[in-house]
Design a protein around this ligand. Structure first.
Ligand SMILES: [Zn+2]
Length: 253
């Protein structure tokens, strides 16, 4: 493809790095081209009109040019500045986690419109104040890993198909719930109540817009957040996320 071919796509900035006086190298998650690295030449010059489009979390419509594997901005128009996210510490670190996840799980140029739409939607709800940010975080994590092929089996025991929810455990290794009769002494399990399993199922299978109807006690939310976070890391084979470590440290101060 030559430099004269234009690529039109919507995209969200996942990371930005200043380059020399007035340029940036940004990682962009796009709807039509997957994750790409962009050389944003001169965007820090006020006259460029592109300062905002190159900032983290901002979603814009781009007209790009491409030379081999390098992308450049021809023009861009902001769709969602998502500035409200950066003004709230809790929301900021959830959005930061989402960016880190996409940087670490999405190979360059792999197009996935479902994951793009999920990300665009979660940013819109995060900034809106309509929904509990922590439930959105759980929803994003469990839906993302489902799209990546790790949807947890929560309807029945992964071993014997039992549906006795009074006697269930969650197992990373088995990718879902396992009943008390099928436990293996070498395995690691987290006991789950019937209510907790039902909450996770609702979060997994409801649209973000239906989360408004979810009325969840705080103690369940924290427990499920930890459970899904750990399962997600296990599934995508990561030990930890820098964004979450930073957030935890900040909360200790
Ligand atoms: Zn079983």
């Amino acid at each position: 493809m030559g430099t004269n071919d234009f690529i039109k796509t919507r995209g969200i900035v996942l990371s930005e790095e200043k380059y020399k006086e007035s340029s940036k190298i940004i990682s962009l998650f796009t709807e039509k081209n997957g994750r790409i690295n962009l050389f944003a030449s001169g965007v820090l010059r006020p006259k460029s009109g592109l300062m905002l489009v190159s900032e983290k979390f901002v979603e814009s419509d781009f007209l790009l040019t491409r030379n081999k594997n390098n992308f450049y901005i021809k023009s861009a128009e902001v769709i969602n500045s998502n500035m409200e996210i950066a003004n709230n510490l809790k929301k900021y670190f959830i959005a930061d986690m989402i960016c880190e996840l996409l940087l670490k799980t999405m190979p360059e140029n792999l197009v996935d419109e479902k994951i793009y739409n999920l990300t665009s939607q979660v940013f819109n709800y995060l900034k809106s104040d309509k929904l509990n940010p922590q439930i959105l975080k759980i929803g994003y994590m469990i839906k993302l890993i489902s799209f990546l092929g790790f949807r947890p089996q929560l309807q029945q025991c992964t071993e014997c198909s039992s549906k006795d929810y009074s006697n269930m455990y969650f197992s990373h290794r088995d990718g879902g719930i396992i009943c008390g009769n099928c436990l293996d002494i070498s395995g690691e399990y987290v006991k789950l109540s019937k209510v907790e399993i039902e909450i996770i199922l609702k979060i997994l299978y409801s649209k973000f817009s239906d989360y408004e109807q979810l009325d969840l006690p705080e103690k369940f939310v924290n427990r499920i957040d930890n459970l899904i976070y750990d399962y997600m890391l296990y599934s995508i084979d990561l030990k930890e996320l820098d964004s979450q470590n930073k957030y935890k440290k900040l909360m200790e101060i």
